[in-house]
Design a protein around this ligand. Structure first.
Ligand code: AMP
Ligand code: GLY
Length: 423
């Protein structure tokens, strides 16, 4: 089958790498892709907000599977666009309907959903302009740290955690009254702070059944020891040592099953990936957030540890037969170390020439923010390159990624030296 993958990050590069290995994949197109995705398929210059152009491309290239990598197109309703169009209906969309994507698209929706289905999550209240004053009083009485979340999509920047009540009020005010996060922040969720260690769990759901993919842990802060501002992710590891046995049983019984069953009970069509952003508080799992797509940089370790054929799994999803497949996870450990541009997650320069890419043997290089300029690979984003390695254990995998992190160069190269430090 011909496949169109939407996106241009490290996640999409890893997904492209995996899709291209499937005997079921005839031609793979990536829109818009990056300098690395070219190794796995054909990049096409499509705007992801132009659904009509995506339609025309799918018809012209006889696409049978559309794989939206990121949340934006899903939250904007690409599933509904395809399923409501007679010419496109037959195309498998590996992602939820617009209603299902609300699990990520609206924090207020996801918190209410979890309440309705008894899914463990931090206690919270919701505020907007209509109860703004009440919100300020609520913040005054709240225990610290305080967690403030913009309701809508804010490209990973919509969460502020502070122990300073004045700062909390200022952020609250900026979100609701000054549109700091645009419309995404007009509604704010204020929630209890949970202290623990995070883990990302991934399910592929056919709407009734689901399979679990390898779990992962990502490292969001820019600085070593989890310090400094949040980023899109500086690295990831899989497996996560504590995510097994009794803990995983709780995750499945209290979180994964009720989520899949809850969506079905509410008549929300969800055939796609569910990303459970969890936190382990004294061996009890809580949901920090849902995402309606795979994680980045988690995918850069999840795909390498997924031994099953991804296209096969997606076809089983489309046929409502995920109860009949057994997903094979690799016994090997995998890690990824992200090379980023100097200044990231703030302002950074682009267009820096990259060298050493062909000398980095023994690792998978998933390009995140790269482009081709004439015949050279240059940086084009904050997160530039995910260096993924396998090992018999995490230590061995990390040593390999760090070896190659030293060999690949571009002006201003930065990376965290402590990925996987807790394990
Ligand atoms: P989110 O965008 O919801 O993933 O939040 C970004 C990050 O903020 C999470 O990965 C957590 O590290 C942190 N976070 C969010 N909510 C909470 C919470 N209730 N308690 C503690 N940390 C949180
Ligand atoms: N790594 C977190 C995310 O993809 O949202």
């Amino acid at each position: 089958m011909n496949i169109l993958l939407l996106g241009s990050g490290g996640r999409e590069c890893a997904i492209a790498w995996k899709l291209a290995q499937s005997p079921l994949c005839s031609r793979l197109f990536i829109a818009p892709g990056n300098a690395g995705t070219r190794d796995h398929g054909t990049n096409v210059a499509l705007s992801l907000t132009d659904f009509k152009a995506i339609k025309d491309f799918c018809l012209a290239e006889n696409i049978s599977l559309l794989f939206p990598g990121g949340e934006d197109t899903l939250v904007a309703g690409i599933w509904d666009f395809f399923k409501n169009d007679k010419e496109l209906q037959h195309i498998i969309v590996a992602g939820p309907s617009k209603a299902g994507a609300q699990l990520e698209g609206s924090k207020a929706f996801s918190k209410k959903f979890m309440q309705r289905h008894g899914i463990p999550t931090a206690a919270y209240r919701e505020f907007d302009d209509s109860n703004f004053e009440e919100g300020l009083e609520y913040l005054e009485q709240h225990t610290t740290p305080i967690v403030l979340k913009a309701d809508g999509l804010a490209a990973g920047k919509g969460v502020v955690i502070t122990s300073d009540k004045e700062e909390a009020k200022a952020v609250f005010s900026a979100m609701i009254r000054e549109s700091r996060f645009g419309d995404a922040g007009k509604k704010v969720v204020v929630e209890q702070f949970l202290a623990g260690i995070e883990v990302s769990v991934f399910a592929l759901s056919d709407g009734r059944h689901y399979v679990l993919l390898p779990e992962a842990k990502d490292y969001k802060r820019v600085g070593e020891g989890d310090t400094g501002p949040n980023t899109g992710g500086m690295g990831a590891v899989s497996p996560v040592p504590f995510a097994r046995g009794a803990f995983m049983e709780k995750v499945i019984e209290r979180i994964v099953q009720p989520t899949v069953a809850g969506l079905a009970a509410e008549g929300i069509v969800y055939q796609g990936f569910i990303f459970f952003g969890l936190i382990n508080v004294a061996d009890e799992p809580y949901v920090i957030e849902y995402n309606c797509r795979m994680g980045d940089p988690e995918t850069e370790v999840v795909m390498p540890r997924l031994d099953s054929d991804l296209v096969d799994l997606i076809c089983a999803m489309n046929d409502n037969k995920l109860d009949q497949v057994k997903v094979q996870h690799s016994d090997k450990a995998a890690c990824t170390v992200m090379l980023v541009s100097e200044g990231y997650p703030g302002d950074y320069a682009k267009g820096k020439v990259m060298s050493g890419l062909d000398q980095a043997g023994g690792s998978l290089l998933f390009h995140a923010g790269t482009a081709l300029k004439e015949d050279e690979v240059v940086t084009s984003g904050g997160r530039v390159l995910a260096i993924t390695s396998y090992g018999t254990d995490l230590k061995e995998a990390l040593a390999q990624s760090y070896l190659n992190a030293g060999k690949i160069n571009f002006e201003g190269k930065q990376y965290r030296k402590d990925i996987g430090y807790e394990f």
